[in-house]
Write a protein that binds this ligand. Structure first.
Ligand code: SF4
Length: 410
């Protein structure tokens, strides 16, 4: 169905509510789509060369928040991601932070408030501004320290940009995280090890490590199809991932989710909301939310996003209300991404389902393969199972999908 025919479901403005954490959000994600350059591998909702539209976008974002929220709501974690939020000029960044402060109430002493940044955007002015509005965590899109890898990924920073950005960020924030990418064509184990060592040497608190995936319709995908780029083979990818886990754990880091590692006490609370299967608000181009048992996503078309909001309509492209059974199965799949896995009692309390009655056949199958550990109240991926997480999680969701009725897709 053309996207134009699928927008705008009716959704009431929500008064400030409470309810179980799976139902009513205590977290919010805000998407800022602007980037200086569209990197070859990226399939996020991003806009380049669109500086003139920043204020229109912020108008629309404000309108979207006002449509969803009848009054300010209390949250425990906030995450402004993108795109590149740090790319915003200082006055626009201030406007965004003021808008967030109007719609969301939080305790400055307890909140986790993250903003994503590119190393070359990090200036004292911007960091001071972020801190003034309560931001206490910076997530830097570093990807690599090696010039060759950065060139391949079309990232326009270098080692000294990263070093300068991290040093400044550590002076302002209690948590600094880096994104790194492995399985880049041509990257060796020694190259990847050097990246990990550099990251640790900078004294950051958290690392998100992603394998490079060739997403359809990206510039990189086109190059792979033309035979100009040979993707990293599965064996190398597995070797690099296994090394990540072994090396970081040996350095005392906690591997708390498939792609995420933290120094003790620095796991991201915001991201753990997603993996617990809990509710969260989301605003902005292409943003996806989970509120009151319904998952919905905004359009990725800027034209539609702006025009719908000018008309006072929500720019929702897809919406799906989960049956209790599918919600429980999805919760299991998400929680298996955590190294601590699923706690049976907590799962029953959150979903109303007994894990073994719901997913007994899936659990038996993957225990038999050695991919799941089942110790008393806890079920989690085994060391081997981590490499097959996608298969196990997809089986969980498929098992819950049989009674699912698709919700309204407008
Ligand atoms: S900077 Fe990040 S969000 Fe922007 S295009 Fe590159 S990878 Fe995508």
């Amino acid at each position: 169905m053309p996207e134009a025919d699928r927008v705008a479901i009716a959704a009431p403005p929500f008064p400030s509510q409470t309810g179980p954490r799976w139902y009513w959000p205590r977290s919010v994600y805000i998407h800022i789509p602007f980037c200086a350059h569209h990197c070859c591998y990226c399939d996020f909702a991003v806009l380049t060369g669109a500086g003139r539209l920043v204020e229109d976008y912020l108008d629309a974002l404000e309108g979207e928040m006002a449509l969803w929220l009848a009054e300010p709501v209390s949250v425990e974690t906030l995450y402004i991601g993108g795109g590149t939020p740090s790319w915003l000029p200082l006055p626009s960044l201030r406007r965004l932070l003021q808008m967030v402060a109007r719609f969301f109430l939080f305790d400055q002493a307890k909140v986790e408030y993250t903003v994503e940044a590119n190393p070359t955007d990090v200036t004292e002015d911007k960091l001071s501004l972020l801190r003034e509005y309560g931001v206490n965590r910076l997530s830097l899109g570093v990807q690599s320290f090696r010039p060759e890898t950065l060139r391949f990924l079309e990232r326009h920073h270098n080692f000294s940009d990263i070093q300068r950005a991290v040093t400044s960020a550590l002076q302002h924030f209690s948590d600094v995280s880096l994104d790194l990418i492995f399985a880049v064509p041509g990257q060796t184990l020694a190259d990847w090890h050097a990246d990990l060592r550099c990251a640790l040497g900078l004294g950051v608190h958290h690392l998100s490590t992603y394998n490079l995936t060739i997403e359809p319709k990206t510039a990189l995908w086109a190059r792979v199809r033309r035979g100009q780029v040979q993707p990293c083979d599965e064996e190398t990818e597995r070797l690099l991932y296994a090394h990540t886990i072994a090396y970081l754990e040996a350095q005392g880091w906690e591997h708390y989710e498939i792609s995420n590692f933290a120094r003790p006490g620095h796991a991201s609370r915001h991201n753990q909301v997603y993996w617990a299967g809990e509710a969260y608000f989301a605003f902005g181009l292409g943003a996806s939310r989970y509120v009151a048992g319904t998952r919905s996503s905004n359009t990725r078309s800027l034209r539609l996003y702006l025009s719908q909001l000018r008309k006072g309509q929500l720019p929702i492209a897809e919406s799906e209300t989960l049956t209790p059974r599918l919600r429980a199965a999805e919760t299991a799949a998400l929680q298996l991404r955590r190294r601590r896995g699923i706690h049976r009692d907590a799962f029953r309390e959150q979903t109303g389902f007994d894990l073994d009655e719901l997913l007994g056949s899936v659990l038996r199958k993957h225990r038999g393969r050695g991919w799941l550990e089942d110790a008393g109240p806890i079920v989690r991926l085994s060391r081997e199972g981590i490499f097959y997480a996608d298969v196990v999680c997809a089986d969980c969701v498929a098992c819950g999908a049989d009674e699912h009725q698709n919700g309204a897709t407008n």
